[in-house]
Design a binder for this molecule. Structure first.
Ligand SMILES: C[S@@+](CC[C@H](N)C(=O)[O-])C[C@H]1O[C@@H](n2cnc3c(N)ncnc32)[C@H](O)[C@@H]1O
Length: 223
């Protein structure tokens, strides 16, 4: 398994600072007067639940929900073009196990109970290159510990990126964040797929751009 080089010292310092300052409840206040969509009741009814955060046009979930009709799939995207198009594509696909929310995923995920999901996927999030935007990257985000807590024991979190530094930061954060427990990195390296699971992945493959992924598994024991 490939591993990624450790982030630079100034980045790890910034991560530790961001984690020490993080206050999820305060962060969520920006949505306190917003009508948020709720997670569809029918999604709760599935034993196996998967959520794709920032799912874009929803290509991956259309494929997965067709392959596994007994599993529930929820895609969330806030983009005006991608989010709107995704909900229309999901309706057209007609899979009864496929659900889409055109919304910001942060406050929606924040309402999820612990051990709710079997898998979380995040394909090609914006890398927010300039250092002043670091805090928008997942490794620095106040929602990160919650993301790991909503996974069932044995559940997995998959993140892909065409930027090595982004994957390296996530590896560092999952292992070193003081509020994240019992998550193990089970894969870190180039993507295995050549077909393109999402629109961005397809585009990167066509253009010959390197893509990598990291997979983490919740090792907490089942109770
Ligand atoms: C670079 S695109 C990748 C889209 C898709 N995952 C793919 O691989 O084709 C990033 C997507 O994340 C969405 N996004 C970013 N932050 C989000 C958030 N907080 N909630 C929901 N969607 C978000 C954007 O709207 C955009 O569609």
């Amino acid at each position: 398994m490939t591993t990624f080089p450790l982030p630079e010292d100034h980045d790890t310092e910034a991560m530790h600072k961001a984690w020490a300052r993080a206050d999820l409840q305060r962060y969520l206040k920006r949505w306190e007067h917003t009508d948020l969509p709720s997670i569809p009741a029918a999604f709760h009814a599935f034993e196996y639940k998967a959520c794709d955060i920032g799912c874009g046009f929803g290509k991956y979930l259309i494929r997965e929900s067709s392959r596994h009709p007994d599993r529930g799939y929820l895609g969330i995207d806030k983009g005006s073009l991608r989010g709107g198009s995704m909900t229309r594509r999901f309706a057209a696909a007609g899979n009864r196990n496929l659900f889409g929310l055109h919304a910001n995923a942060i406050p929606v995920i924040a309402t999820m109970p612990e051990t709710f999901l079997d898998t979380i996927t995040i394909f090609y999030p914006n890398p927010w290159w300039p250092a002043k935007h670091r805090k928008k990257r997942w490794a620095y985000h106040p929602l990160l510990p919650k993301l790991t807590r909503i996974l069932k024991p044995g559940g997995t979190l998959l993140l892909t990126s065409n930027e090595t530094f982004y994957l390296a930061e996530m590896c560092y954060a999952i292992i070193h964040h003081p509020e994240i427990k019992a998550m193990e990195c089970t894969y870190a390296g180039p993507i295995g797929e050549t077909e393109g699971r999402t629109h961005f992945e397809t585009k990167f493959i066509e253009e010959g751009i390197w893509c990598g992924e990291v997979v983490f598994q919740n090792q907490r024991p089942r109770t």
